[in-house]
Ligand binder design. Structure first.
Ligand code: X8A
Ligand code: MN
Ligand code: MN
Ligand code: MN
Length: 304
């Protein structure tokens, strides 16, 4: 496999300082070498550089529209380029608003892609339902075709073309939704495997049901958007919005191993590592879990 690694030091989609250092923390933990050691051909594109705009007033409560909108365009173009070069796009975050760009770019390069969103949160508030105005909690709302009529015009977001249908998305690990998100998930019929389903069916059945729902013939390119806050805070505390009762490292690795085994994994986002949060031990554990997920995405098998 060929993997193109893109660092995205984004933080303006949320309010905790430090998540922009996520890519650096993952690199310092040797994520590139760990992938190379798997026999993967790694192309490291370094970190994207985003021009900082200070004149960026909120619109309808949505914070940093200009910085985020312009960054997402750069991310989209880069991810498209990497996938068109026949490399799997591994994007290291950075906050989850970066997925506006990665999913947009993936859809521009692959007509028929489907999405597995592993997260404690649904990240599908519209600008009008968001309680915080933080775009990392809205990322999907700009991309889902069925939500188009609910999304107001946001400056610097006009270029974003909704590029995925609700039926092409599966959530795994949800356990903290806002009221507006619950309405959307239910009414759009998005496949949703919360921690309740993970406990009820086990992670293997949840994965099988997810694939049955969004990739029944196993022929669709898969986008895995992995928010480290999907994992239990005991092993992933260095993140901005931790929620107790999350996935174990084993469950996270299992998801990655199984998606890797399809041979259809085409883009991976690894987001919301914030090395400034938590103790040094918590940070090291969070980064370790994230790198193990990445290794499993690109061929590391626990069976050897
Ligand atoms: C659940 N929605 C939140 C969190 C979004 C997390 C984004 B992710 O990328 O980390 O998954 C939280 C909104 N709550 C904040 C605390 C008070 C109640 C609302 C939001 O701000 O939209
Ligand atoms: Mn989250
Ligand atoms: Mn998220
Ligand atoms: Mn988060």
């Amino acid at each position: 496999d060929k993997v193109g690694v893109i660092g995205v030091p984004s933080c303006k989609g949320q309010s905790a300082g430090g998540v922009q250092h996520g890519p650096k923390a993952l690199r310092q933990a040797g994520i590139i070498d760990k992938l190379t050691q798997l026999g993967v051909e790694v192309y490291d594109y370094g970190d994207l550089v985003f021009e900082q705009f200070d004149d960026d007033t909120p619109i309808l409560g949505l914070k940093n529209p200009k910085n985020i909108g312009l960054a997402a365009k750069k991310i989209s173009d880069q991810v498209s380029r990497v996938i068109k070069d026949d490399q799997i796009a591994l994007t290291l975050g950075g906050d989850h608003s970066l997925s506006i760009g990665t999913i947009h770019g993936h859809a521009a390069a692959e007509k028929n892609m489907c999405l597995v969103w592993v997260d404690a949160h649904a990240d599908i508030n519209t600008p009008l339902t968001s309680p915080s105005g933080n775009v990392h909690g809205m990322a999907l709302s700009f991309l889902v075709k069925e939500l188009k009529e609910y999304i107001p015009q946001i400056p610097h977001f006009e270029w974003i073309k909704p590029c995925i249908s609700a039926k092409d998305i599966a959530y795994i690990g949800l356990r903290d939704l806002d009221p507006g998100e619950l309405w959307i998930v239910r009414n759009m019929g998005i496949s949703c495997f919360t921690m309740h389903e993970v406990d009820r069916y086990g992670i293997d059945m949840v994965l099988r049901m997810s694939m049955q729902a969004i990739n029944p013939h196993g022929d669709r390119p898969i986008h895995l958007s992995f928010d480290v806050d999907s994992l239990d805070p005991r092993i992933s505390a260095a993140t901005g919005t931790p929620v107790p009762g999350g996935l174990s490292v084993r469950e996270g690795i299992y998801i990655a191993e199984e998606l890797a085994a399809t041979g259809k994994l085409t883009a991976v986002d690894l987001v919301e590592v914030n090395p400034l949060l938590g103790t040094k031990e918590e940070r090291d554990l969070t980064v370790y879990a994230a790198t193990e997920i990445a290794r499993a995405c690109f061929g590391k098998k626990r069976e050897g």
